[in-house]
Design a protein around this ligand. Structure first.
Ligand code: C6P
Length: 404
């Protein structure tokens, strides 16, 4: 059993007041809060070893380079990648996905097909749309049902020898649905397609095993898993990363440059042009250590309790509808109240110190499917409590009374 109060003490912001009320932070899907150990590690980096990496022979540069590369190896082990050079530092999920779509521009041809799911965040729709426009490939979409689950028969029917890429999120940000990605990866590989998993919403809740999943790419953001903003990881299988051209040209991604021709550095540097977010990359390793110290088994147990309690309590409110009612769910509840705009509820409960996200959650196709402008999304983390959920439920009831 986790000692939640002890864990909460690790997060200074959780004892802040917002609008004069104790903060209830349920916007973890947008970004997680940061423990003191992560906040301190950023200061320590700048106070003690700040230098550019992979460049200098001087001691500080060596120290910074070592810390950065140790963090890469830590993350390699965390996601069970075969090689550390399959782990690329990025600025976040969006960056990772764009790196891949940029690479596929030189691979896809007219007539090829890319399959995305109807549950995607805009970050995993728009780059593929841009790629299809550039190459003449066609974008196909896996439909969903009323529970927010992808329809696997329809997915199977979309697959053919024309399918070159399948991409899907591990967990939907808007609904919290956990997708059957292992099945989907196997099916996609059977027709020779590459698979990119958008793991942005999965990594705060679970430890992905990229070798077991057998995905070709797995992209995620550091800031949703207790790490700093502007950090992220793109895992890519070695063979794919060797096949794709570099994303950006610049310093550090080269072997040799002449005006006639440039040869590129080996992995992972081929994809890491310019000075990266050094402090962020190092501290992402600290965040991973922190989460592993809490333990993902414990995290999941706590989050299951929160999800169950929130679902039960919210459904006591008349006229409240939850979107995303599939069986396999992360600790996210997306809901609306009959006849009330989600922004209005969100604004009133904000005055009571409760932070939720309202709107389309960068997933407009999902809102279009349900014919709604948006939802109120409460996304929980292991540091949230049952008491906080009760505070939110009472606040939502109050808002409903005020707005009815
Ligand atoms: N979702 C949310 O409130 P970046 O911005 O690159 O760190 O992550 C983009 C992204 C990609 N895929 C999924 C499934 C996501 O949930 C997100 C970010 C946040 O739901 C902010 S829009």
């Amino acid at each position: 059993m986790l000692d939640i109060q002890k864990i909460r003490a690790d997060f200074p912001i959780l004892s802040e007041k917002v609008n004069g009320k104790p903060l209830v932070y349920f916007d973890n899907g947008a970004t997680s809060q940061k423990p003191q150990i992560v906040i301190d590690a950023i200061a320590t980096y700048y106070q003690e070893i700040n230098a550019n990496i992979h460049r200098g022979v001087h001691t500080l540069s060596q120290l910074a380079t070592d810390a950065y590369e140790i963090s890469r190896v830590k993350i390699q082990h965390h996601i069970n990648a075969k090689f550390s050079h399959e782990v690329l530092f990025t600025s976040g999920t969006t960056h990772g996905i764009n790196l891949v779509t940029n690479g596929f521009a030189s691979i896809l041809k007219p007539g090829d097909e890319v399959i995305v799911s109807s549950l995607e965040h805009h970050s995993n729709i728009v780059p593929w749309q841009m790629l299809c426009e550039k190459t003449g490939a066609t974008l196909k979409v896996i439909p969903m049902d009323e529970n927010g689950e992808l329809i696997m028969n329809a997915f199977d029917a979309l697959l053919s020898e024309k399918t070159k890429v399948v991409t899907v999120n591990h967990i939907s940000n808007a609904l919290g649905i956990i997708n059957p990605i292992k099945y989907m990866i196997e099916k996609a590989h059977a027709v020779g397609a590459a698979v990119l998993i958008d793991g942005a919403q999965a990594v705060p809740h679970l430890k992905p095993d990229v070798q077991d999943l057998d995905c070709d790419f797995y992209a995620f953001s550091g800031h949703k898993m207790c790490g700093p903003t502007g950090t992220g990881i793109l895992y890519g299988k070695e063979e794919w990363l060797n096949k794709l051209p570099p994303y950006q040209g610049g310093g550090e991604m080269i072997k040799e440059v002449t005006f006639e021709k440039t040869t590129y550095a080996d992995l992972p540097h081929k994809f890491e042009a310019g000075t990266p977010n050094i402090a962020g990359g190092i501290v992402l390793g600290t965040a991973v250590d922190y989460l592993n110290h809490i333990g993902f088994h414990n995290i999941q147990k706590q989050e299951e309790k929160l999800l169950e309690h929130a679902t039960k309590r919210l459904l006591e409110i008349e006229g409240l509808k939850i979107y995303g009612t599939g069986k396999n769910k992360a600790s996210v509840v997306s809901f609306n109240i009959d006849g009330i705009h989600p922004y209005d509820i969100g604004s009133i409960i904000d005055k009571l110190g409760i932070a939720v996200r309202t709107g389309h959650h960068c997933a407009q196709p999902i809102m279009n499917f349900f014919c709604i402008p948006g939802t109120i999304r409460a996304s929980f983390s292991f540091y949230n409590t049952i008491e906080e959920i009760d505070i939110m439920v009472e606040a939502v009831k109050k808002a409903k009374t005020m707005l009815s």
